[in-house]
Write a protein that binds this ligand. Structure first.
Ligand SMILES: NC(=O)c1ccc[n+]([C@@H]2O[C@H](COP(=O)([O-])OP(=O)(O)OC[C@H]3O[C@@H](n4cnc5c(N)ncnc54)[C@H](O)[C@@H]3O)[C@@H](O)[C@H]2O)c1
Length: 430
């Protein structure tokens, strides 16, 4: 079990903490910061390469799936690409899902209306949970108690207490748990993050993330009684809205880049476009604070897709752009000096250099970046599911483990609390 940060990131975080007194952290936030120089951020590339390597091993591995909806079916497609893997049984409360799943598998999967009946079977080697967020903890904890390895979708849990329970259960039972933060397995993101951690763009002080769409998120419902089951993302009962559904991925990458859990969250949101009875906001804005005054800003809107899904990591020497398909570095050409003391005819006096007045210095860089080259740009979910199978077969510890899951759950749940209460929420790591 290896959660250490690499040496450089660890040293950076320590100096960041030393600097924090001059930054905008309260003393309690500083205490929190001290306790979060923790296991986020290790690239651990050898382990990732080992886990995601293509395999010819065909040892039978029988999966049980709880929640056979859209993501459950997508995960099934990915798992079935791994030799030896079979989805043996599924549990769902919506019978139509079993027909859809059978089509994906090309054979009949045993079906259960109750997930407990699925867990009672003795022919399953691992459990996959892909139910709505508000049900994750119930299903993941029950699956862990059945003593099988678990792949649980993100966000790991609906509350921080539930997320901690999952960490406690996994730790106590020395079990294998992998959270659905598949971007930890993305070849181009891993390659880029390794270079960031080696210092290529200096100290990363800001992460700016957009996940914008032009789509209502509303799914067609065959019968009004199924509205909340099918459109669960739009209701508080099981959903934390865009912050969880989209933001959790970006917040996980921010945790990775910052080498730390966040220490505080601010957030806002509204319904500006889809006045259709939904409860969750159709646009959200989140600011996460990290030790030493570093920040992550996440925004999501659902009526304009111009910015799409992208993250920018801003460091003192350059920037990194991450998308669903690629990663590109940009470098800071120079530091622009303003208010320089210059020598005039009458002696030395403060004067403003032309830098302040030259718009060219402030124009966005429009030239090409330096793309990250990877041998194999495969879909991150395919890599993540193959890695989970490797861990189940070998006992290796997943890269996206329960601590990774806890980190993004802390960010998501705290940001949502800040959105609801309209105040900054400090994030306590105990
Ligand atoms: N990692 C990713 O990129 C990614 C992408 C999409 C979705 N997800 C996550 O996957 C999860 C599922 O999302 P989705 O889009 O598949 O939703 P979905 O509504 O399509 O599927 C959820 C399924 O759970 C079933 N379900 C509800 N209550 C149940 C219960 N008590 N017992 C058993 N089954 C029950 C529903 O009937 C449905 O079939 C969510 O947490 C979501 O955030 C992750």
């Amino acid at each position: 079990m290896d959660h250490r940060m690499d040496r450089r990131t660890f040293t950076q975080s320590l100096s960041a903490l030393a600097l924090a007194s001059s930054a905008s952290l309260s003393s309690s936030a500083l205490q929190v910061a001290a306790s979060v120089v923790a296991p986020q951020g290790s690239t651990d590339d050898t382990r990732a390469e080992r886990q995601t390597a293509r395999t010819t091993v065909k040892t039978p591995l029988r999966l049980g799936l709880i929640g056979a909806g859209s993501r459950g079916q997508e995960l099934t497609r990915s798992f079935l690409r791994v030799p030896g893997v079979k989805v043996t049984a599924a549990a769902d409360v919506y019978p139509l899902r079993f027909e859809q799943l059978n089509k994906v598998c090309g054979y009949e999967v045993a079906k259960h209306a109750e997930y407990s009946a699925l867990l009672d079977r003795n022919d399953l080697d691992a459990i996959v949970v892909a139910t709505p967020l508000g049900l994750h903890a119930e299903h993941v904890l029950a699956a862990l108690k059945s003593r099988r390895p678990v792949y649980g979708e993100k966000t790991m849990a609906y509350t921080i207490e539930q997320a901690r329970q999952i960490v406690t259960e996994v730790t106590a039972g020395k079990q294998i748990f992998q959270v659905g933060h598949q971007y930890r397995y993305s070849p181009w993101i891993r390659a880029a993050m390794a270079r960031v951690q080696a210092g290529e763009i200096g100290d990363v002080t800001h992460v700016l993330a957009y996940w914008n769409r032009n789509s209502s998120w509303r799914r067609p419902v065959p019968d009004p009684s199924l509205e909340r089951l099918i459109n669960w993302r739009l209701y508080h009962q099981w959903s934390l809205g865009l912050i969880a559904e989209l933001g959790s991925h970006h917040m996980d990458i921010a945790n990775w880049a910052m080498g730390s859990y966040p220490v505080a969250a601010q957030a806002s949101g509204s319904i500006c476009c889809y006045h259709d009875g939904r409860e969750t906001d159709d646009n959200v804005q989140v600011i996460l604070s990290y030790p030493a005054g570093r920040r992550m800003v996440f925004t999501s809107m659902t009526d304009n897709a111009k910015m799409g899904d992208q993250l920018w990591l801003y460091g003192t020497k350059g920037s990194l752009n991450l998308t669903l398909q690629d990663a590109t570095f940009f470098y800071e050409p120079r530091k622009v000096e303003v208010d320089k003391v210059v020598k005039t005819g009458e002696g030395h006096e403060p004067a403003v250099t032309s830098a302040s007045y030259n718009p060219a210095n402030e124009m966005p860089y429009r030239g090409p970046g330096s793309p990250v080259q990877v041998k194999d740009g495969e879909d991150p979910t395919t890599a993540a599911t193959r890695a989970f199978v490797h861990c189940v077969r070998t006992g290796d510890r997943p890269i996206a483990d329960e601590h990774v899951g806890l980190g993004s759950a802390l960010a998501v749940v705290s940001a949502n609390e800040a959105r609801v209460t309209k105040r900054e929420v400090e994030i306590a790591i105990v």
